[in-house]
Ligand binder design. Structure first.
Ligand SMILES: Cc1ncc(C[n+]2csc(CCOP(=O)(O)OP(=O)(O)O)c2C)c(N)n1
Ligand SMILES: [Mg+2]
Length: 337
């Protein structure tokens, strides 16, 4: 878990450097080697690592717009993920998805920029696992800003009534862009939502990665044993702006300072040391993470850009046989008048 979390943090620190190239002095979001938005997950790492530690490749994970720590913990190919973020041809989706739309069927991972969008597909994956009589599970990660979304609430209900092997993991970082949680949701503990849908609910603090691990073991175990879904809310901290370039004028300094002071990586490191893990082992894990990150970034930057002629490839599904590209007939458009 520690290696996973350090990899995610170091990876994002490097992405941040690459991202800022060419974007200053006035922030130009379209400039540089990574054009477009970039949402970093520093402060969320324990949620991804603690949950995914219990998952196998055949388990499904859907993640939101802040996906890197979860993708890394799920075992998404770091090189191809990086190439995707840099918009290169060898990226997971040929460079057409970017950082919010990573998709890796090898480990059943997908994410989306539409909040709560991952919930229904996770329920679908849970239903498929049940119908196929496998013990695979599905986990949907979402932010606390998405817990009033219909897609989430309907998914809770369906997973519960059908007793599906699904775990919903809400990463509560207290903010949805510039909107503080208490202004939009009238429950302090989002896991209470579980009561209204008849599933198990629990809330843990991600400052303590081991507590996340323990809660996730129970939730994933319940799903794998056929005992139904769980809603797990994990308190995390947003150490950065909502996205790179966010001036965070709305955010009190104390809130940001508090987020920076509670670091789950430092806490886990202290726990490991207290359990006798020595400096050499910690250094080894950190340098393995460092080398992996550097290798992925160097590899990705060396990959070719996509051919502009392929811009429309893989954007829509191929039309079913019998459907052609010809002009619609008068009948299709409702007649001549
Ligand atoms: C359906 C939908 N509505 C609005 C948005 C715009 N949007 C992007 S991120 C975000 C806030 C998300 O907050 P939260 O779910 O708490 O995740 P966090 O960014 O804090 O990790 C919103 C409203 C969106 N992507 N999708
Ligand atoms: Mg949030």
């Amino acid at each position: 878990m520690y290696e996973n979390m350090v990899t995610a943090r170091q990876y994002e620190e490097r992405l941040q450097e690459e991202y800022m190239e060419g974007k200053q002095p006035a922030f130009d979001i379209s400039a540089g080697p990574i054009p477009g938005e970039l949402h970093l997950a520093a402060g969320h790492e324990a949620a991804g690592a603690g949950v995914c530690q219990h998952l196998r490749d055949d388990d499904t994970v859907t993640a939101p717009h802040r996906p890197h720590h979860i993708a890394i913990a799920k075992g998404v190919d770091l090189k191809r993920m990086t190439a995707e973020i840099f918009g290169r041809e060898s990226g997971l989706s040929g460079g057409k998805g970017g950082h919010m739309h990573l998709f890796d069927p090898a480990v059943n991972f997908a994410c989306s920029g539409i909040i709560a969008e991952g919930c229904p597909p996770a329920v679908g994956a849970g239903l498929a696992a049940k119908k196929r009589n496998t013990d695979s599970v599905a986990v949907a990660f979402l932010g606390e800003g998405a817990i009033d979304q219909g897609a989430f609430l309907e998914s809770l209900n369906l997973a519960s009534v059908q007793n599906l092997p699904v775990v919903f993991v809400v990463e509560d970082n207290d903010w949805a862009i510039s909107m503080p949680k208490e202004r939009v949701t009238d429950v302090e503990n989002g896991a209470q939502r579980a009561d209204g849908f008849g599933l198990s609910g629990a809330r843990v603090d991600a400052d303590d990665a081991v507590a996340v691990f323990d809660a996730a073991r129970e939730a994933v175990g319940r799903a794998r044993d056929g005992n139904g879904p769980t809603l797990l809310e994990v308190q995390v901290h947003r150490r950065m702006g909502h996205f790179m370039g966010d001036p965070e004028a709305y955010r009190p300094d104390e809130d940001k300072d508090a987020a920076e002071q509670r670091d789950s990586i430092e806490r886990l490191e202290a726990d490991l040391r207290a359990h006798g893990v020595d400096d050499e082992t910690i250094d080894d894990l950190r340098s393995r993470a460092h080398d992996r990150v550097e290798e992925a970034i160097e590899w990705a930057k060396d990959q070719p850009e996509p051919d502009p002629d392929d811009a429309y490839e893989d954007v829509f599904v191929n039309p079913p046989s019998g459907v052609t590209d010809s002009e619609p007939s008068a009948a299709d458009t409702g007649g001549d008048d």
